[in-house]
Design a protein around this ligand. Sequence first.
Ligand code: N01
Length: 553
Amino acid sequence: MTSRHRAPRRSGAVEHYDVVVIGAGVSGMYALHHLREMGLSVRVYDGASDVGGTWWYNRYPGARVDGPGSPFYCYTFSEELMKEWDWEETQSEQSAVLAYLEHVADRYDLRRDIQFETWVEDAHYDEASQRWTVETHTGARAVAPFLICAVGALSTANMPDIPGIHDFAGETHHTGQWPHEPVSFEGKRVAVIGTGSSGIQAIPEIAREAAHVTVLQRTPQYAFPAGNRPITPQEMAEARRDWDTVRAKMRAHPGGFPFDTHSRSALQDTPEEREALYEKLWQRGGFGFFLNGYTDIAISEEANESMADFVRAKIREVVRDPKTADKLMPDHFVMTKRPILENGYFETFNRDNVTLVDLREDPIERFTPTSVVTRTGEHPIDMLVLATGFDAISGSMLRLDPKGRGGLSLKERWKDRFHNHLGLMIAGFPNLFMIHGPGSPGVFYNMPLGAERQLDWIGDLMRHLRELGLGAVEPTTDSEQAWANEVSGIANATLFPRTDSWWTGANIPGKPRYFSAYLGGSLYYQRLADVAARDYEGFSFEAAQSAGEAEAS
Ligand code: N01
């Protein structure tokens, strides 16, 4: 593990590496950089034609960071990288995040080890050689002891199965597979299905250009002002001034951002005090409601109701037509679907070229080549935008469907539940690692930082194996059960599992319905450190089948 940037071995058409990584998004890029720095030979495959993953695919109009945002949605492993990249807005546009990732790829010369436009069709483990073989759509094969699945928590598009949808003759675009050529809405009648983060970002942009927009809404949503604004040079300087302290603060914070945490319950305040705080956070915009608000919004029904009432009143203030405002009233626990940041979404319903259809009262019956037909009538359209989200968290792993010991398929293993330990490994699938998979904090944490921290831990485990002459590691089923209990125990103490959402898998028909993310925030990384300190308690190891061969791999 000391030689730098080890070259792969080739035998016939098969290439041999130390590690194969699937995915060249935020996580796969860091996997390549980190493991290559450890001296390992790494091959990355990605179906896209360049780096970026989710930021490469999601280029629909209005796409921006809709979390706490810049300048802290970034890699933290290099102070130089932090110092040389200027972020311009707090909620960076998709193109700005992609430009940053392209810069990272250039700076660390990542592309030389990434094979683009290459779809991995199969991955299977061979117990005798303790190796994974991946096969790509071109028929090429690569063999490696370690397989890292950086396949994205939000990358397998959810395509609704609606009668006649394939007969629709106009352009159809899913927000997560948006074309690279410009899409013109000018003079067109556009229907949008879906009012999650993507729909709520895209709809105001589409409405500015289109002749007419029909918004087909299944669940009304709470959305908060994005509060996007330029980042001043002084703020960038402040973020960089004492990077070690900022980085330490990010690592200590439950969500991975360098902000102070608060510990005040909504129920400790009077209704007037609550209202004053909500109003202040509303005016400020951004993720303040969740980072600087009350701590019990996702725990106490009463606290939750106080915030939900406030947001509903705000929607009513903005939307002029009371009937439209009624349809826009969310009725689930606020925060228990992914909070959304908006830029003029509710105002859009005051335009005379926008119609809202409430699918709960007026469901879609079918598509024709030129229209969408709901129970109460027909809406002629020229274009269909599917903002229908993703088979999230577990979906991309299941699409890959790796085969572990004895040819066991992941689809079979995960039929009823996404069994895993620490959100990283699966019993029966030795040496396979997931990034941001089920059982990890994933989408509840600053994702670039979360990927770094998971991959640093994985790198340490690989080093441990090599140092002790071990060839394979996997969790025990007992440790998987204990982890499942821990993940569910935390989630069940909150209101999150009580709402249908992509967090609970309820958006995908037939998917196991339970809350699979670890909600303990940065405690997760303490758990990882503790497991490593206790000689990887909960994992079983196998000796390398032959020390010589393991070293040669
Ligand atoms: O997907 P969603 P998304 N018929 O699942 C509706 C991240 N993100 O792409 O709520 C009718 O949230 C569905 O209805 P319902 C962010 O974490 C990040 O918007 O299931 N409607 C819902 O309204 C986000 O949470 C950024 O009842 C159907 C919508 O489609 C996550 O990605 C930007 C339907 C899907 O909403 C996913 O967001 C955007 C059907 N058959 C997203 N099927 C940035 O940071 C689904 N729906 C840049």
